[in-house]
Design a protein. Sequence first.
Length: 300
Amino acid sequence: MRVGMTLPVMEPDLWARGAETLEAWARATDEGPFASLCFGERMAFDNPETLTLLGAVAAWTERVRLVTTVIVPQLHDPVLLAKSLATGDQLARGRLTVGFGVGGRVEDYRAVSADPATQTMRGMAERVAVMRRVWNGEKVTEATLPVGPPPVQDGGPQLLVGTMGPKTVRSAAAWADGLAGVTLDLDPVATGGLFDLARSAWAEADRGVPWLTTSFWFALDDGDGSARTQVHRHLRHYMNWLPVDLVDAMAPTTGFAGTPQQLRDVLRGFADVGADEVHLIPTGSDVDQVRRVADLVADL
């Protein structure tokens, strides 16, 4: 099983620390035993714009795959998004994997004047189909030439669908290459059940074997309980669209908070249910976390 690291793009102190923090995380991840570097999209938030960031991380790294977890295609013009992602794939020399999702916040749709009625799996699939046509060199506009550049990867980047549930899995089997899942309670059994469903759905759609990933928030400590406080603080900031009392109720059981040895055991649990890759989501911006996780990943 592979392990990926997510950039701290949703941290409240990111811009106080400066873009140097993102570069340090990207380079430390690329130099470590990680398989991928991940970063996600929000609109009504103070995180970096995802496609601009893609160009930067392509320049900061040489080895790891770059994974968007996730982009909401309904927030973008599909032709322009296809061009942007193909450019990112060129800059990264074919290292791009794109996670797509419908998004969980109507405010992000409203922030860019997108129609909330398109916040559906059908709306996402329609835009993915347009992007596939662009990447295959078809003329989808009245321009003299097709929209380029072509992606490095034949037919476009690997596409994953962001999901927590069976309905999304079944719907995406027609176009996605795998799952960009997330687990809140770190339950390998439940995640394994979703993986089994994906394998069946992809087989029924004659799509081969899906790439199976999941992700979770994490914080490390030495047994003093500080990690849980860090996770709680992060969730309050990130989940700002939810009532605070609901976030507070979720915080004690959401994500991982503990020692490196305990994290190693959790990762092995997901390996046992067939995860191809786990993406770790930081709840702090100190780059030392990357190095501490690197030590345990190297021993998996």
